[in-house]
Design a protein around this ligand. Structure first.
Ligand code: SF4
Length: 311
C-alpha cells in the first residue's frame, strides 16, 4: 500500500490497480486477502478467471479485474515486470499513473507520479484556480519540475501522503504543511478554493430488467458475457440495458445504481423458466456467488420487500 516500504513490483502494481477509484479503507482488507490467496504474480496468473472475479466482487470497475488477470499472465509469461515506464505502459490495464508509480516506487526510476492527491497539492501550491481536468498538462509540467532525479519513488509517496492526510480536499491543515511558505493557495487565505470544483456531469439514465427465477430456495444466476459492463461477473439474467423508456409492468423491486457514465434503473421482475445457461444459487449462500454490488442490491431489495409484505 502507499507509504509502505516495499519494492516488490507485484505488491505496488496490485495496490495501485485496486486503489483506482476505490478508497484506501475499502481496499486494505481486500488487498491483504488477495495477497494471502495469490502471493506472487505467477500464482495470480495461474488462477481461474472466475476465482479472481469473485474475489474482486464489490470493488467495482470490473474491467480492472479482467485487465488484472490479463496483465498477470503477460508478466508471468515474460518472467517478471519490466522496469521502465515505457514498457510497463504496454501491459494490459496499466496507464500512465500506474506505470510511473511502479517504475518509481518498485524500480527507483525517475518518473513523475500524479494521482488525484498530487494534482490537488500541485494545483494549490501554484494557485491554479480552474478545475483540474482543464489544467492537466500544466500540472504535469509543474510536477515534473518538482520531481527529484534521485528518490522519485519516495518523493511520489510523500506527495501522495501529503495530499491524503494534510492537503485534503476539505479543511487542509496548512499549519502542519512543509510547503506552506511557498504555497499560493495558503497565501490567498482560502486554500480550499483551489483548484476550482469540477463542472457538474449530467449522467444519462439507462433502464434494465433483471429476471427473478426462484425454485426451492434457489435463484437462477448467469455469468455475463466477458466483454462489456460487469463482464464475466455473476448476475441475474435479463436483456441488455437500454436508454429506452422504463419497464411499465409489475416489478418485485427497483434499484438505482450509478456507474461512471450513466445511471441505471433496474427493475427486478418475476419469471418462471431459465432461458440461458446458468446455475441455481441457494439464497442462503448468496454471498458466495461473487455478485457485483448492483446485483447484490437487487437481490437484497427483493428479499427486503418480501419481508415487509410478510410483516
Ligand atoms: S500549504 Fe495548505 S494548501 Fe498549500 S500545499 Fe500545504 S496543505 Fe495544501
Amino acid at each position: 500500500m502507499p507509504g509502505e516500504e516495499t519494492s516488490d513490483p507485484y505488491r505496488v502494481w496490485l495496490s495501485e490497480v485496486m486503489l483506482q477509484q476505490t478508497t484506501v479503507a475499502a481496499v486494505t482488507p481486500r488487498f491483504e486477502r488477495f495477497l494471502a490467496r495469490w502471493p506472487t504474480v505467477e500464482a495470480l496468473a495461474a488462477a481461474a478467471d472466475e476465482d479472481v472475479l469473485s474475489e474482486w466482487a464489490g470493488l467495482g470497475y470490473y474491467a480492472r479485474a479482467r485487465n488484472l488477470i490479463a496483465c498477470a499472465r503477460e508478466v508471468a509469461g515474460r518472467g517478471g515486470f519490466p522496469d521502465t515506464e515505457e514498457e510497463l505502459r504496454k501491459l494490459p490495464g496499466i496507464g500512465g499513473y500506474t506505470a510511473a508509480a511502479i517504475a518509481a516506487i518498485a524500480f527507483g526510476r525517475r518518473a513523475v507520479v500524479i494521482d488525484t492527491n498530487v494534482e490537488r497539492v500541485v494545483a494549490r501550491l501554484h494557485g491554479i484556480d480552474v478545475p483540474i481536468a482543464e489544467a492537466k498538462d500544466r500540472i504535469r509540467e509543474l510536477a515534473d519540475a518538482l520531481t527529484p532525479q534521485v528518490g522519485a519513488g519516495d518523493f511520489a509517496q510523500a506527495m501522495m501522503d501529503l495530499g491524503a492526510t494534510i492537503c485534503r480536499p476539505r479543511a487542509p491543515e496548512c499549519t502542519k504543511c512543509p510547503l506552506s511558505p511557498d504555497c499560493k493557495a495558503f497565501a490567498s487565505g482560502e486554500p480550499e478554493r483551489f483548484p476550482a470544483p469540477k463542472r457538474k456531469l449530467v449522467r444519462p439514465t439507462k433502464h434494465g430488467i433483471a429476471q427473478w427465477i426462484e425454485r426451492d430456495g434457489c435463484i437462477w444466476l448467469i455469468r455475463r458475457p466477458a466483454k462489456g459492463m460487469l463482464g464475466g461477473m455473476a448476475a441475474l439474467p435479463g436483456p441488455e440495458w437500454t436508454a429506452d423508456t422504463a419497464n411499465e409492468g409489475p416489478a418485485l423491486a427497483r434499484v438505482t445504481h450509478v456507474f461512471t457514465h450513466f445511471r441505471l434503473e433496474l427493475d427486478i421482475v418475476a419469471a418462471s423458466e431459465p432461458e440461458r445457461e446458468g446455475w441455481w444459487q441457494a439464497l442462503s449462500q448468496i454471498s458466495d456467488a461473487g455478485l457485483p454490488t448492483l446485483y447484490r442490491r437487487a437481490i437484497d431489495a427483493v428479499l427486503e420487500s418480501r419481508t415487509k409484505l410478510a410483516a
